[in-house]
Ligand binder design. Structure first.
Ligand code: F6P
Length: 322
């Protein structure tokens, strides 16, 4: 892309802490290199509605520490259709946008890949609390989400200890156990239940009983939402043991809050790198982090591909909670 072109930026799908830091990095890096930056509000829905604003250096002041996304976000059904994508492309052309940066998760980048095929250079920036994307070590928002979950579980542990009870904490992540494993390990959970390595209620109860035999009077079980409902697991444990585990569904608090330093740094690096990729004419790529290094990965290679499951952390948590 030549300097003086126009770069559009949008956030799409579930919001993730650090999206604002990524928008800021795109706007400031873009302006630094002489581009005009156009913010597209409400993701692909806003692109279809032509909801766009010119971004200045000051439009992204005081947002690096804020959760959510100043551009707002949405999940657009209309954009998943051929007609919707054709309209989105026309709107980009009509707005004089020469390159687009899409900040979001797998579904958002799938949309980006479809749009890129119509001939507009697009770079994706992986942002989702789920950390379920292939091609990058980590996604923007994951670190904040697991810290939020750990803080919550620590508090629940206090009351679990006092009352000598078993608690089940259901965390987000769809079909990816990344949040459950990381938060469960960091919070010292006795059991972690994830879709990638399902364990039966009987196995959970065996672990509980082993703990009781060696004098444990309370227990923390972390369940990924995609592995089953915390309430259903609680009922099965009650039927098998007579214990009545209390259930907390952490829900959307995992999506909000001020991003951690790690997420702000990651978002700043990936946002700036996305502009670099457009500058180098590398449309159709995702800006990613591999082994601590910034790399570009063809979007087509990552979308719809599940992240490889690494069982090491889960194994470690089992050893440490023996
Ligand atoms: O992908 C992020 C996420 O928070 C998932 O963990 C969760 O299952 C989903 O989004 C909830 O989506 P919605 O905001 O549409 O309810």
């Amino acid at each position: 892309m030549s300097a003086m072109g126009r770069i559009g930026v949008l956030t799409s799908g579930g919001d993730a802490p650090g999206m604002n830091a990524a928008i800021r990095a795109v706007v400031r890096t873009g302006i630094y290199y002489g581009y005009q930056i156009v913010g597209i509000r409400r993701g692909y829905a806003g692109l279809l509605a032509g909801d766009m604003i010119d971004m200045e250096l000051g439009s992204v002041a005081d947002i690096i520490h804020r959760g959510g996304t100043i551009l707002r976000t949405a999940r657009s059904e209309e954009f998943t259709t051929e007609v919707g994508q054709a309209q989105a492309y026309e709107n980009l052309v009509a707005a004089g946008i020469d390159g687009l940066i899409v900040i979001g998760g797998d579904g958002s980048l799938r949309g980006a890949a479809a749009l890129a095929q119509r001939g507009i250079p697009i770079v994706g920036v992986p942002a989702t609390i789920d950390n379920d994307m292939a091609g990058t070590d980590v996604t923007i928002g994951f670190d904040t989400a697991i810290n939020t979950a750990v803080t919550a579980i620590d508090r629940i542990r206090d009351t679990a200890t006092s009352h000598e009870r078993t608690y089940i904490i259901e965390v987000m992540g769809r079909l990816s156990g990344q949040i459950a494993i990381a938060a469960g390990l960091a919070a010292g959970a006795e059991s972690i239940v994830v879709p990638e390595a399902l364990i039966s209620s009987e196995q959970i109860c065996e672990r509980l009983q082993r703990g009781f035999q060696r004098g444990k009077r309370h227990s923390i079980i972390v369940v990924c939402e995609g592995a089953g409902s915390g309430y259903a697991i609680s009922e099965r444990i009650e039927a098998l043991t007579g214990l009545r585990p209390r259930v907390t569904v952490l829900g959307y608090i995992q999506r909000g809050g001020s991003p951690t330093a790690q997420d702000r740094i990651l978002a700043s690096r990936l946002g700036a790198y996305a502009v670099e990729l457009l500058r180098q004419g590398q449309g159709g790529y995702m800006a990613a982090l591999q082994g601590g290094q910034l790399v570009s990965v063809p979007i087509e290679q990552v979308v719809g591909r599940p992240r490889d499951f690494d069982s090491q952390l889960l194994l470690l948590s089992q050893i440490l909670s023996i």
